[in-house]
Design a protein around this ligand. Sequence first.
Ligand SMILES: Nc1ncnc2c1ncn2[C@@H]1O[C@H](COP(=O)(O)OP(=O)(O)O)[C@@H](O)[C@H]1O
Ligand SMILES: [Mg+2]
Length: 236
Amino acid sequence: MLSVNELYVRYGRAQALRGVNLHIDEGEIVALIGRNGAGKTTLLRAITGLVKISSGEVRYKGELLNGIQAHDIMKKRIGHVPQGRQIFGDQTVEENLILGAYTKIKKNPALVKEWIEREYTRFPRLKERRKQQAGTLSGGEQQMLALSRALMADPEFIVLDEPSMGLSPLFVKLILDTVAQLRTEGKTILLVEQLAKAALSISDRAYVLSSGAVEITGASSELLHDEKIVQTYLGA
Ligand SMILES: Nc1ncnc2c1ncn2[C@@H]1O[C@H](COP(=O)(O)OP(=O)(O)O)[C@@H](O)[C@H]1O
Ligand SMILES: [Mg+2]
């Protein structure tokens, strides 16, 4: 479904990605782990058109995405739940959801309404807080909203950047259980996660990124039992 081939990205003179190779098949949950600064966010941003690719390729269903604007990549049904959530704090919960569906709202308002209800069923807390300003939500609620907002664009492939960051254990579990659940809705997922153990336990395969390149890849179940991985990345 997605293939990344010999991908290089730099910020000025700083090389953030140095020849990344990765692929994701339809229906998979793939985890991307690695230390701070390894290039995980940059890779997600290269896939969704938010940073310029220096060389190499990103292909989605065979089509080259290089150079395509972020909003046009979104129209190809690729969703991005960014690091730090980036919801619209001065808009209500419901307004944020509607904004997530902005490409559909004019053409099919009834469908958008139906999807809002679908998200309220997924996260009843969002329904309780539908008229509340998003900036006043707790971190966990904001993460629910960020995920629901991305789902309002009806993506078939979703990249998530550290959805558990800063959340209490209860919310971490809720969010990661929800991510695992998305598979049953036919979604394909690339999950960046600091909580490597949790990410490996809900994913099929994983890539470990180190200094801008893939250091290790394999079945998540095998990586969970790999002494070197456990010691280097799963210490916590
Ligand atoms: N906007 C930017 N300008 C310059 N350097 C950046 C920028 N964003 C990230 N970097 C650098 O690129 C490297 C990879 O960063 P990032 O993709 O955010 O890593 P991760 O998400 O794995 O923590 C780091 O060395 C970081 O300092
Ligand atoms: Mg990051």
